[in-house]
Design a protein around this ligand. Structure first.
Ligand code: HEC
Length: 169
């Protein structure tokens, strides 16, 4: 039900959060935990963007900072060569296409900075044509800071779902 409310990218970003990965240890457990922390931040923001919860810019900024911390090079460092042991859901291509993997982690960090910068611009209903292409050129933080927070949030959610589609089982 929640899925229907918040749109596909966000839904994909959050799936498998409920999976029990009890056996995970070491770096695999650490990255699962950090992904889980990001999922919490997305869930804190999504209802405000959808208009089902009152908008609060401070909450958005705080959660954008959490996303920034877990993204970029730090995220890549949680996937060292050889860390493909069960019960990981990472696909082998994480280590075969490291450049593409790192590029998405970097985009997430960039768009999480934009999310923080645009937090004072109220949410707005967007249709698909108003969301810049994720695959296209990176949209600058300055440009996004002028737009509704919904645009940056859409790009953040797209970062999660794009990576999961390509690199997660
Ligand atoms: C650069 C790629 C990438 C990005 C960006 C990314 N993820 Fe992930 N995510 C993965 C991979 C790979 C796994 C599987 C990790 C494993 O099982 O070892 C994963 C797993 C997860 C999990 C499951 C954790 C668990 O307990 O098993 C959640 C939840 C999650 N990600 C949420 C998010 C959210 C929310 C975002 C965006 C804010 C995000 N991810 C961005 C690659 C990414």
């Amino acid at each position: 039900m929640y899925k229907q409310l918040i749109g596909l990218s966000v839904a994909i970003a959050m799936t498998s959060a409920a999976f029990a990965h009890g056996g995970a240890t070491g770096i695999v457990k650490q990255r699962m935990d950090e992904m889980g922390a990001m999922s919490k931040s997305i869930k804190a923001i999504a209802p405000m963007i959808k208009g089902t919860a009152p908008y609060d810019a401070e909450t958005v900024r705080n959660n954008a900072k959490i996303l920034q911390q877990h993204a970029g090079e730090h995220m890549v460092s949680l996937f060292p060569q050889g860390s493909d042991q069960a019960p990981t859901d990472a696909k082998p291509n994480v280590w075969e296409e490291q450049e593409a993997f790192g590029a998405i982690a970097t985009k997430l960090q960039h768009y999480a900075v934009a999310l923080e910068s645009s937090a004072d611009n109220p949410p707005q209903k967007l249709d698909k044509s108003q969301l810049p292409s994720f695959e296209g050129p990176v949209v600058s933080v300055d440009a996004l800071a002028e737009k509704s927070v919904s645009v940056s949030f859409g790009l953040v959610a797209k970062s999660c779902s794009t990576c999961h589609t390509k690199f997660r089982r």
